[in-house]
Design a protein around this ligand. Structure first.
Ligand SMILES: *Cc1c(COP(=O)(O)O)cnc(C)c1O
Length: 361
């Protein structure tokens, strides 16, 4: 069964919008896009002036991302962050009122938002606090094999906020169970922080595997809004039917190319090393606080801790200018707080506030 047969029929039937820049990729006397011949300001570094529409999928950036993630260029769709990838997948594969996505909460909140926006159902296979929020592999496999509504299975590795990884043997079994039924989406927003290999290399062998990557976390470029969907060309081309005609602003394209320039690789590796070291120091500091009853270090650039008086502690920190994340609307995480591993100074500010809280409580 082809991937096309899993997509919404309307998406297959429609004739995708063809932008001016797609039809004539931008050389010569450009009178085809109703652009201004002038721009009011210089846009430094951009290939073309601000008056011109950008490339819908800029070759240089696509090729830099393909190299970075170890896939072919036709396996890449550049998006406005992974958030857009999640949204496109849900719009292309889920019929409102009929299809569903599978998620394993606590996890990233956008899978649910995308499903709700599209009017798709949500099948949740919860991770329970008693098991340390472990993924219930058996239940996921069973639901994916049995429930015909499920079109997308969202997995997150490392998971946000629990930090655990998806086991590769399980992923292989799941891809088999889902073949001809659904797509498995591996959201690897934090992959660079962990030592396990990315599942991007499995894309060539599995038509129903989609991997999401982003420059927002380990590449220190959340402000760019630049992410990538990695999948076989059949999937990329389906998503290309609904993506905005010009998703990436030209200043973003040129900044993304600077972030990914060859001389940045070493710098990025050093920064990741520093995050690892800072995480170790933070973890050893956390062991000393009696009010922290559990620590989930995870494999990413954040830590999840269990405390009583969660809301009070969050406010206490906020009043002292240290902003942490609680999950008040999410009962299983009622007693948990997540925080990112920061710079040396940021972490010192955090532990100073925690020291103060300990003295006062
Ligand atoms: C932060 C995060 C993202 C968002 O990525 P953007 O590329 O910034 O949209 C995606 N998935 C998970 C699990 C995240 O935690």
């Amino acid at each position: 069964m082809s991937i096309e047969s899993l997509a919404r029929q309307e998406i297959l039937a429609m004739k995708p919008y063809s932008s001016a820049r797609k039809e004539a990729p931008g050389e010569g006397v450009l009178l085809n896009a109703n652009e201004s011949p002038w721009s009011l300001i210089e846009s430094t570094g951009a290939e073309r002036g601000l008056n011109r529409y950008p490339d819908p999928q800029p070759c240089e950036l696509v090729s830099a991302l393909a190299r970075l993630y170890g896939v072919e260029e036709d396996n890449v769709l550049v998006t406005r962050g992974s958030d857009e990838g999640i949204d496109l997948l849900t719009r292309v594969f889920c019929r409102a009122g009929q299809d569903a996505v599978l998620q394993c909460p606590p996890t990233f909140g956008m899978y649910q938002i995308a499903a709700q926006t599209q009017g798709a159902g949500i099948v949740s296979i919860p991770r329970s606090e008693e098991t340390g929020f472990r993924l219930d592999q058996q239940a996921v496999l069973e639901a994916a094999a049995r429930d015909d509504r499920i079109k997308l299975v969202f997995l997150t590795s490392p998971n946000n906020p629990t930090g655990d990884l998806v086991d590769e043997g399980f992923l292989t079994d799941l891809l088999d169970a889902c073949r001809g039924r659904s797509l498995v989406v591996m959201d690897e927003a934090y992959s660079e922080f962990c030592r396990a290999p990315s599942s991007a290399r499995m894309v060539s062998g599995h038509e129903n595997l989609v991997v999401l990557r982003t420059l927002s976390k380990a590449w220190g470029a959340a402000g760019l809004r630049c992410g990538a969907v990695l999948a076989q060309p059949s999937v990329i081309s389906l998503l290309g039917r609904v993506i905005a005609p010009y998703p990436l602003p030209s200043p973003v394209i040129s900044l993304a190319l600077r972030v990914l320039a060859p001389d940045m690789m070493k710098r990025q590796a050093r920064l990741i090393g520093r995050i690892r070291e800072n995480k170790e120091s933070l973890l050893s500091a956390l062991r000393g606080y009696p009010f922290i009853s559990d620590v989930l270090p995870g494999e990413a650039n954040f830590i999840l801790i269990r405390t009583q008086k969660t809301a009070e502690l969050i406010d206490y920190c906020a009043n002292r200018n240290v902003i942490l994340r609680a999950f008040p609307g999410n009962p299983p995480l009622r007693h948990w707080i997540r925080f990112s591993v920061g710079s040396e100074q940021e972490n010192a500010a955090l532990t100073a506030v925690l020291d103060e809280w300990e003295r006062e409580s």
